[in-house]
Ligand binder design. Structure first.
Ligand code: ZN
Length: 302
């Protein structure tokens, strides 16, 4: 048996766009957030507060925040890598939740944020503390949890130990990210059950990239294993500037089609998402990876 509902975090404005070479206007980023809300998204990763030299697409983080619709029922998430980014996010007054990243391997942690894996765990705990001190919430995603672009296989024991260390800081959830899209459903089931056993009561969020076509299978396996939150991106855009060969996130509309048909509620509306895919394809001036938006409706509309 599996849960009949899960929560969705829409990550297109951040993870979806961060690797795009063409700079998307602030107005279009805000419009993307508005479309996500109209489609039912209630947690949205809106931007990241990183060095604009490292990620030029996110240079307008503060301006995006200024443009966000004022909504009591939507949680806006800002991704941050360090105390400086956390302070920037909190200074906007518009970010409800800080998202931190701890990376499973030293080589990827060094490439992604210039620190060791252990250093990234400590930084993530500090970010959670800053969020809490400001009356906000914090969550942590463990990057490269299923495999590393530089070091290869990542041991489950390492991820469990990181989750336990992070849990001490009181995050609202632990995210497990397949940053480079190498996971398979059996690995996903195994790791989630170990992490849930190690940090009982702490919700597990999953973040899959579809680099090798296993994204939706991994998500389904994660739901069966008890993950309660999933990241996905309208259109299936996405990638990581620091992970060679990383491709898009699982697409929100493909996820919602699958879950709707399987009887798992998300609160999101497929027709709005398909329209958002078509709008975003116009903005990006190319077809997007998501598949449902290219397919005929099923079942047939009356
Ligand atoms: Zn990602």
């Amino acid at each position: 048996m599996y849960s009949n509902s899960i929560d969705i975090v829409e990550v297109s404005p951040r993870d979806g766009l961060q690797n795009e070479k063409t700079l998307v206007s602030t107005a279009d980023k805000v419009a993307l957030v508005e479309r996500a809300i109209a489609a039912g998204a209630r947690r949205i990763e809106v931007t990241s507060f990183v060095n604009p030299k490292a990620v030029p697409q996110m240079a307008d983080a503060e301006a995006v925040c200024t443009g966000l619709p004022v909504r009591d029922d939507v949680t806006y998430i800002g991704l941050v890598m360090n105390a400086r980014g956390a302070a920037r996010a909190l200074d906007t007054g518009r970010i409800d939740q800080l998202g931190a990243v701890a990376v499973a391997t030293d080589q990827f942690a060094m490439a992604n944020q210039g620190q060791t894996s252990d250093g990234s765990v400590e930084a993530a705990k500090d970010i959670i503390a800053m969020a809490q001190a400001a009356g906000k919430t914090g969550q942590v995603t463990i990057g490269a949890a299923f495999g590393c672009p530089f070091e290869g296989e990542v041991s489950e024991d390492r991820i469990v130990a990181m989750a336990q260390a992070i849990a001490e800081a009181g995050p609202i959830e632990i995210g497990l990210a397949d940053t480079i899209g190498v996971a398979n459903p059996a690995h996903v089931a195994s790791l989630i059950s170990k992490v849930r056993g190690a940090v009982p009561g702490l919700p597990v969020r999953v973040h899959f990239h579809n680099t090798r076509g296993t994204g939706l299978a991994n998500l389904w396996s994660a739901i069966l294993a008890g993950a309660s939150v999933a990241d996905c991106a309208i259109g299936g855009l996405g990638g990581c500037p620091f992970a060679p060969g990383a491709a898009g996130n699982i697409s929100t509309e493909d996820v919602i089609y699958m879950l709707d048909r399987a009887g798992v509620r998300t609160g999101m509306d497929l027709q709005h998402l398909i329209a958002a895919n078509h709008w975003l394809a116009d903005v990006m001036q190319r077809p997007l990876p998501g598949m449902v938006a290219k397919a005929p409706p099923f079942p047939k509309q009356a």
